[in-house]
Design a protein around this ligand. Structure first.
Ligand code: ATP
Ligand code: SKM
Ligand code: MG
Length: 189
């Protein structure tokens, strides 16, 4: 299947009447590939982890340490509610945090008001990518690969609710972004 051309990407962007939300485990590439996808489509990009950090003036790790995961999920739900209100009817790309789609209210919000894409890779690749920087509180204890495998088991049914699945393999970010665009085009029909 050939990659989409720039005019085809521009046409797809014009047809988007909802934001695209990338979901999936840590290290899948939601933030980095998501930014590239937005560039290819010529639409805005927002990273929800970064939005939460900006609103709290704390890093994700600091929020987990000081207030706990539940507090972080509350902030995440509020940020998603605002973003999806602001972006209604508009094509844009949103990178979710890895656990957002496992919070039932946030998942329902995304499913009903956005096009969700499950960006996935094998656990070894995810663990290698997600531990390049020590910013992920859920991977700070124990073996990252085992933790990711456990999160996959727990979250599989949630991620599986996304209508589009794209493998984020060892190809370049651009290649994965083009695979997502193709997946969206096919899904829109
Ligand atoms: N397809 C890819 N090829 C090579 N490297 C990749 C690919 N996708 C992501 N990476 C790299 O993996 C690392 C993690 O990617 P990224 O931060 O985008 O993951 P994420 O899904 O946003 O994770 P989190 O859920 O923790 O926010 C980055 O260094 C990124 O450049
Ligand atoms: O998978 C998760 O639960 C997380 C992923 C990151 O994006 C951050 O949202 C945070 O580190 C939690
Ligand atoms: Mg990210």
């Amino acid at each position: 299947m050939p990659d989409m051309s720039q005019p085809e990407l521009a046409t797809l962007a014009q047809r988007l009447d909802r934001p695209v939300v990338l979901v999936g485990l840590m290290g899948a590439g939601k933030s980095t590939v998501g930014r590239r996808l937005a560039e290819l489509l010529g639409v805005d990009f927002v990273d929800v982890d970064e939005e939460i950090e900006r609103a709290a003036n704390l890093t994700v790790a600091e929020i987990f340490e000081r207030f706990g995961e539940e507090h972080f999920r509350d902030g995440e739900r509020r940020v998603f509610t605002r973003l999806l209100d602001d972006s209604a009817g508009k094509g844009m790309v949103i990178a979710a945090g890895g656990g957002a789609f496992s919070e039932p209210t946030t998942r329902q919000l995304i499913l009903s008001r956005a096009i969700s894409v499950w960006l996935d890779s094998d656990d070894a690749t995810l663990a290698e990518r997600a531990t390049r920087r020590d910013t992920r509180p859920l991977l700070r204890e124990g073996d990252p690969r085992e933790k990711l495998a456990e999160l996959r088991r727990r979250r599989l049914a949630d991620y599986g609710a996304a209508p589009i699945w794209v493998k984020s393999g060892r190809g370049a970010h651009r290649k994965v972004a083009l695979d997502i665009a193709k997946g969206i085009e096919r899904w829109i029909g």
